[in-house]
Design a protein around this ligand. Structure first.
Ligand code: C2O
Ligand code: CU
Ligand code: CU
Length: 491
């Protein structure tokens, strides 16, 4: 459970790539768009979401076995407005049980889609999902305990944008596929035949599954898109199982306008952003005068095989191009860069009436590992836990009172972990012992955890009974499946 193990994994993966399907820095492919289902104008029927086996060509020429939601890989981009209720029929045509969780939504536990809302093969789950929160970028993915990592990796994920009156009338680009793009960023492994690969091992459980090839909306990067002159809005989701991504622009700063739970108070300009698995950010790219710009991912020392490839294939200091935007003949949104974006109240830790403490554990005794296996956590002989307890489906770890402000403090024994809490958006008071970067000071549902305390201020406004509790967990999906997750009620 340490950095030596991490290096061992990287070395093993290097053997795979040498004989495998190495595609770094090939010619750009067109950027695929997630199919848009725009419900903001009204909803007159239940929305079918059909989970099915499929095959998908990521750009290698091979048909990779995948899972899809109304598509051969990933799901649609759902767009809905605050105040609406989403009536959805999630049909499971797979030969295995699954669930579909609405990551980021402030909704009651019984429609949250967590591990207790299992959808058996052939069954349909039909929640009515009330959308009460402000404009925000959310997503949905499998949350089947013990299978979340594999099912999500194979494609059971999609994006749900919530809009509100303010966001719809905001002076920002919002024409989907023209000046407003949603990017699902993932890292994948491909085998020698060009098929997407997934495997687990003791090392994969330790580090999480990390691929050597970046994929955007199901196409191997780099991808390219022609856009109109003006501002371009990119809504980014890190849907990697385990990889943190350091993103920057080829030219100029990253201009961040929103975190996962809403707009920032004002635009933040920064050299780069670090996105953990599960995080979302919205950024603006200014192509009013620049002819082109690219979104890059950087890999520093110790960041694994992609760092090595980035170095080998050039691309400036280990940077690899993900997406290149180039101006065409049209004129698009030519308004100014925004100044004020939203009214973001200051987060005051003194508002908390209760403090809870969570320690993320890796390792543990053989006895605990046996217990974890007994409790349905899939692990490679190790064990993941929170406060010494691996996830157990019929144990409630915390009981929270609805409407009360709490401070949750999280730290980790080893490694860096992306921590996620269901049922709310929170504000980060401290992250890994420090003030969070300005771009992470808005509404969040993910926080980075390593040494030092990460502290978040939160409040839950909906019920989650013991039959449908909320989860808190590490969003390295193999860690989650392996037991780094806990359950809480809100009453
Ligand atoms: Cu994105 Cu509990 O999950
Ligand atoms: Cu969630
Ligand atoms: Cu973790």
């Amino acid at each position: 459970m340490n950095r030596r193990d991490f290096l061992r994994t990287t070395a093993a993966a290097g053997v795979t790539i040498a004989g495998g399907f190495a595609l770094a820095q090939s010619a750009p492919r067109p950027l695929p768009l997630l199919p848009l289902t725009d419900l903001t104008g009204g909803i007159d029927t239940r929305l079918p979401l059909t989970l099915a086996r499929a095959t998908h060509d990521f750009g290698t020429g091979a048909a990779s076995p995948t899972l899809g939601i109304n598509a051969d890989y990933l799901g649609p981009l759902l767009r809905i407005k605050q105040g609406q209720t989403l009536p959805v029929d999630v049909r499971n045509t797979l030969d295995e049980t699954t669930t579909l969780h609405w990551h980021g939504l402030h909704i009651p536990g019984d429609v949250d889609g967590g591990p207790h809302q299992e959808i058996a093969p052939g069954a349909t789950w039909s929640p009515d999902v009330p959308i009460t929160q402000r404009a925000s970028m959310n997503w949905f993915h499998s949350h089947m305990h013990g299978a979340t990592a594999r099912q999500t990796y194979h494609g059971l994920a999609g994006v749900l944008l919530v809009e509100d009156d303010a966001s719809l009338s905001a002076d920002l680009p919002q024409t989907y596929g023209v000046d407003d793009f949603t990017l699902v960023l993932q890292d994948k492994m491909f085998n020698g035949a060009g098929e997407m690969d997934y495997f687990v091992s003791g090392e994969v459980f330790e580090d999480g599954f990390e691929g050597d090839t970046m994929v955007i909306n199901g196409a191997i990067a780099p991808v390219a898109q022609t856009v109109p002159t003006g501002l371009i809005r990119l809504r980014l989701l890190n849907a990697c199982n385990a990889r943190f991504l350091t993103l920057s622009m080829a030219t100029g700063p990253v201009r961040v306008i929103a975190t996962e739970g809403g707009f920032l108070a004002s635009m933040v300009e920064t050299d780069s952003i670090v996105m953990s698995p599960g995080e979302r950010y919205e950024i603006l790219v200014d192509l009013r005068t620049d002819d082109t710009n690219s979104l890059n991912v950087g890999f520093g020392d110790g960041e694994g095989l992609l760092g090595l490839l980035g170095g080998l294939f050039g691309g400036g200091g280990g940077d690899q191009t993900l997406l290149t935007l180039t101006r065409g003949a049209d004129t698009g949104f030519t308004g100014a860069l925004p100044d004020q974006l939203a009214n973001l109240p200051p987060a005051n830790p003194a508002d908390a009436t209760k403090t809870r403490t969570f320690q993320l554990n890796m390792g543990g005794s053989a006895q605990l590992a046996a217990l974890a296996a007994d409790w349905g956590n899939i692990c490679g002989g190790g064990v993941m836990a929170i406060n010494g307890m691996p996830m157990k489906m019929d144990r409630i770890d915390e009981e929270v009172r609805k409407g009360e402000t709490e401070l949750w403090r999280i730290s980790a024994d080893d490694m860096q972990h992306p921590f996620h809490i269901h049922g709310c958006s929170f504000r980060i008071i401290s992250q890994q012992g420090a003030t969070p970067p300005a771009y992470a000071q808005g509404w969040k549902d993910m926080v980075h955890v390593e040494d030092g305390w990460s502290e978040v201020l939160l409040r839950f406004d909906y019920d989650a009974p013991a039959t449908a509790p909320y989860m808190y967990h590490c969003h390295i999906l193999e860690h989650e499946d392996c037991g780094m997750m806990g359950q809480f009620t809100v009453t």
